[in-house]
Write a protein that binds this ligand. Structure first.
Ligand code: 5RP
Length: 231
């Protein structure tokens, strides 16, 4: 399947009391999927929401892919709940789970979801190399996970470049501080799934920003298509 440029807003810094309308607005402005940040207050020093909220959102938003970015110590615990809530892509951090990665990937697939492997800034990308065949997406964090609105870490780009060089057909996602000012670095390095939080939520013209992010991915990666392939 050809790679597709996809823009997935992170709703972390949105008005969470009005999440459905905030999400709807982003989708109407051209977002391809929603990136939902789940934090447990343990793996990261912040707390957000769990599967009950995702399920409520799914009742209102039916035709869009949901990714849950599981910033939790025990990702295994929430697999079935998130599948039942209507999640399509279950992205978990490799750091707390070590050798359980293959088993977790198997359980996610068995629950009917795609698999995402996420790495924190301090984690060497080679750590996930042996598991890439089990994954649909690799997420390279470009901030320390935990909070929106942080500064983009440009020194994570060698990880993205390394992945793209070694895995031309891999979905590579970047997350953290990504917006009009920093998209060029991500696109040049070869990322095709772009998570953008604050830059999009606070944009006066979301459609313009989404189009810009997408077109930058394609400018530097001519073989990547536009589309809404479910991931
Ligand atoms: O995973 C995250 C933080 O842990 C967020 O998705 C990320 O930070 C996006 O927000 P912003 O674009 O504002 O940095």
């Amino acid at each position: 399947m050809p790679l597709v440029a996809k823009i997935g807003p992170s709703i972390l810094n949105a008005d969470l009391s009005d999440l459905a309308s905030e999400s709807q607005r982003l989708l109407e402005n051209g977002a391809d999927y929603l990136h939902l940040d789940v934090m447990d207050g343990h793996f990261v020093p912040n707390l957000t929401f769990g599967h009950s909220l995702v399920k409520c959102l799914r009742r209102k938003i039916k035709d869009t892919s949901f990714e849950t970015h599981m910033m939790v110590t025990n990702p295994q615990q929430w697999i079935q709940n998130m599948a039942d809530a209507g999640v399509n892509l279950y992205t978990f951090h490799v750091e707390p789970v070590g050798s359980d990665i293959p088993e977790i990937c198997r359980q996610i697939q068995e629950a009917g979801m795609k698999v995402g492997l996420a790495v924190k800034p301090g984690t060497r990308i080679e750590t996930v190399e042996q598991y890439i065949d089990l994954a649909d997406v690799v997420l390279v964090m470009t901030v320390e996970p935990g909070f929106g609105g942080q500064a983009f870490m440009r020194d994570m780009m060698p990880k993205v470049r390394w992945l793209r060089e070694h895995y031309p057909n891999l979905n590579i996602e970047v997350d953290g501080g990504v917006g009009p000012e920093t998209i060029e670095y991500c696109a040049k390095a070869g990322a095709n799934m772009i998570v953008s939080g604050t830059a999009l939520i606070e944009a006066n013209n979301q459609k313009e920003v989404i189009n810009l992010l997408r077109s930058m991915v394609q400018t530097y990666n001519r073989w990547i298509r536009i589309g809404v392939a479910i991931i």
